[in-house]
Design a protein around this ligand. Sequence first.
Ligand SMILES: [Zn+2]
Length: 327
Amino acid sequence: MSDLLVTNIGELVTNDPAHGGLLGIIEGAALAVVDGSIAWFGSEGELPPGHLDLPIHDAGGASVVPGFVDPHTHIVFAGDRSEEFSRRLAGESYEEILAAGGGILSTVEATRAASGNDLFDDAAARASRMLAAGTTTVEVKSGYGLEVDDEAKQLAVAARVDAELPIDVVPTFLGAHVVPAEYRDRRDEYIDLVCTWMLEACAPLATFADVFCDEAAFTVDEARRILEASAERGLALRLHADQLGRIAPPTSLPTSERPAPTISTTPPPMTSPGCATPARLRCCSPVCPSRCGFLTRMAGRSGTGESRWPSPQTAIPGPHGSRRCPL
Ligand SMILES: [Zn+2]
């Protein structure tokens, strides 16, 4: 609806401290929307008479808050890895699951096999649940195709979600999510593919390019090469970094002449130097705390009396002994 007057708002969150507190809450508020934009908001008692002709929605004393923006999602995928939770609880490591064809590789296999329509149905259902929870803008990554047509297929699905649902989708090309199994011994060839044919097909469908720069994925030098090729195609830059190990202080990534990349990381194990780097580069750095709860291997097992959740210290076994698995 392009024109609307919302009345009887119990608490209107403006995020403007000028209205009091960090959230800038106005109690007993009203909000007018004209031509799809907020034309006025404030205390309902001060509502300008000119807005009284707008279609009215009575909020019934509820709170009205700005839409949430989710800057890091992978909602276009097929397959189901829920059984990996029980395997990890039983003591299997992510590396063991990956070696058996699980982890990201199982999602890649299922996503490649899925039709665009099936991917859309699942992604639309996920986006609808996010909308119901208040998210109005969502970044959506590819990264489960890992070949030209299937990466483009994921981004086309993201565009369709944007077009058919009342949610804004910001598409990100993540062809460098992990080296696919068929390129395991030819990783330079895969990076060549990403930097040429894959970017040619996917750059027109994306706003950002992302690289998973970590010990189980791409090195700093490889990430730099992919990000530079992406920037030359006009894409803004993002980075998965410092989620599994500590190899990726992104101090040397291409930031000097372009906007700094958005760096997605995870509170543990991101190290103090790792935290300082995005601050120094003035990067936007969303954190992914739920990844620890859902995907980290448990430090102890149920019934042993040990904590089921690793502390930041115990969860960092070293560069080649990671207990984590990538999103
Ligand atoms: Zn991710």
